[in-house]
Design a protein around this ligand. Structure first.
Ligand code: FE2
Ligand code: FE2
Length: 260
């Protein structure tokens, strides 16, 4: 899929993405189902590229202890997310799909397996810092609770995908495929290699999202609901991720992307 890296002129400008949730039927129905799916893809990808571009940040030197603490907290949050956003959402998608969607159900089951491996990758990285994921004791930041709520309250497999595989997983792909990824500067080589290892599993997960979106993308009502789920989730996710990046030793020098 297309990589939409920021050009130098747009670096300081606020990224504005279309708020499809506010569009009326006439506007929203001008696209084919396939075009609308691609619009949703690019909206998430543009946000990931903006959020993770190191040119949107200034670096601050942290005390090693403060950096370590922020990094451990970040990896524990990631481990928690692999566990909960990588199993519960997919299990519900499998359950909500029609009986004859055998192939897609199998692909989602395979995704759950991948996500559990990702959890282990973060657990292993945490052990390098003498820490454990301890997900049962992990205190969720309030914004993460909001993100979880969007997924839990989604009523169809397609809406779950709009707030999972076709939102967070697209944004996360910018961690590795963006040349100016901020994480290349914030993480050491071993952690970055672990992230590359995880991200290699992601294209099939995003493809699961694409196919789930396409299953319920025909009517205005369906498109509107997909837009609402994706916007809500991405809105919260941006806030969480920028807070984490800042804690790792940065200051954001441009506003967060907005839906308009
Ligand atoms: Fe994952
Ligand atoms: Fe994934």
């Amino acid at each position: 899929m297309l990589n939409t890296q920021n050009s130098p002129e747009t670096l300081t400008k606020t990224l504005t993405e279309p708020a499809y949730s506010k569009w009326d039927a006439e506007k929203l129905m001008q696209f084919s189902a396939n075009e609308y799916m691609q619009k949703l893809y690019h909206r998430a990808k543009n946000i990931g590229d903006d959020l993770y571009d190191d040119r949107g940040y200034e670096f601050i030197t942290l005390e090693p202890e403060a950096y370590k603490e922020a990094l451990v907290q970040y990896m524990r949050r990631r481990a928690w997310s692999e566990w909960y956003f990588g199993t519960v959402a997919q299990a519900r998608e499998i359950t909500l799909l029609a009986e004859d969607q055998v192939n897609l159900k199998l692909r989602l089951a395979r995704q759950i397996q991948d996500e559990m491996r990702h959890y282990d990758v973060f657990a292993q990285q945490l052990r390098r810092y003498n820490a454990e994921p301890k997900i049962s004791e992990f205190v969720l930041p309030p914004i993460l609770i909001q993100m979880q709520k969007v997924q839990v309250e989604a009523e169809t497999a397609s809406e779950i995908a709009a707030a999972n595989q076709f939102a967070g997983e697209i944004v996360l792909s910018s961690m590795t495929d963006l040349e100016t990824s901020i994480f290349k500067r914030l993480f050491d080589k071993e952690l970055m290699d672990a992230i590359y290892d995880i991200e290699r599993d992601e294209p099939p997960h995003i493809a699961n999202g694409r196919d789930l979106i396409l299953l319920a993308c025909e009517t205005y009502e369906q498109r509107h609901r997909l837009a609402v789920a994706q916007e809500k989730y991405l809105g919260y996710m941006m806030q969480l991720h920028v807070t984490e990046i800042i804690k790792l030793g940065c200051r954001r020098v441009k506003p967060l992307p907005v839906f308009e």
